[in-house]
Design a protein around this ligand. Structure first.
Ligand code: FPP
Length: 234
């Protein structure tokens, strides 16, 4: 299996609300446990030698949720950012992708600090997607490319897929080759829509994100390796 590891995993951390509801707890309790699960799975991916992991922590659509729930997720993010220095000893490089301009100055400063502090780490590349939407990302890329054409630094006939890819948040990273989504939802939900055009999709319907463990990660990696063996080669 080691030789058949995905280069870039996209992970949709779904099912926190349902997990809480099943226990008669407020939805935010599901996110709190989900954030712990996130820490465990990041460590596990790093240990296994996965190159890139992108997690969907907050989408451009999540602002429609009740304010209390949004505040709870943002607080978890803030807490994580404050302890981000701890992850340096694990050699993890952390980046944030999405339209970060909507976040307050404290969060933006903490993001810059965490990215800067970890920029020379050579282990797992962790991307945390916040206020992220795939269509928003592509639209942003198109705008930047058009501006370059208008300024005369790029010719329209030079624009190809590579130019578009180079203007996404994931510029320079390998394409996503595995998407994992627990909780029984069989959708991409605007996550990495360009990057996962050729990905394998593994949807797990017997597990909600807070209960997701290394065992589930291993099962997904084994399934990925099997699929790759079947379709790889001649
Ligand atoms: C989807 O479950 C989950 C989210 C919208 C939030 C995910 C956020 C975290 C796990 C915490 C992030 C924290 C850090 C530190 C990155 P859902 O609420 O849609 O679940 P449901 O479908 O059961 O309602």
């Amino acid at each position: 299996m080691e030789n058949n590891l995905p280069k870039h995993i996209g992970l949709i951390m779904d099912g926190n609300g349902r997990w809480a509801k099943k226990r008669g707890l407020p939805r935010k309790a599901g996110h709190t446990v989900g954030a712990q699960t996130f820490r465990k799975i990041v460590r596990a991916c790093n240990k296994k030698g996965i190159g890139y992991l992108t997690v969907y922590a907050f989408s451009t659509e999540n602002w429609k949720r009740p304010q209390e729930e949004i505040d709870a997720i943002i607080k978890l993010l803030r807490d994580y950012l404050k302890e981000a220095h701890k992850y340096l000893k694990e050699n993890i490089r952390t980046r944030f992708i999405g339209d970060l301009s909507v976040f307050d100055q404290e969060i933006r400063d903490l993001i810059v600090e965490a990215e800067e502090a970890s920029k020379d780490m050579t282990g797992l590349n962790l991307n945390i997607a916040i206020n992220y939407g795939g269509r928003n990302e592509i639209t942003h890329a198109v705008k930047t490319i058009v501006e370059q054409v208008q300024q005369g630094t790029l010719r329209a006939d030079e624009i190809g897929e590579q130019i578009v890819a180079d203007h996404l948040y994931t510029a320079g990273m390998p394409e996503v080759d595995l998407i994992i989504r627990p909780s029984g939802e069989y959708r991409l939900s605007n996550f990495l829509i360009w990057q996962s055009a050729y990905a394998e999709y593994i949807f797990m319907d017997d597990i909600l994100w807070p209960d997701f463990s290394e065992k589930h990660l291993n099962a997904a990696l084994e399934e990925f390796a099997r699929r790759n063996r079947r379709f790889g080669g001649i």
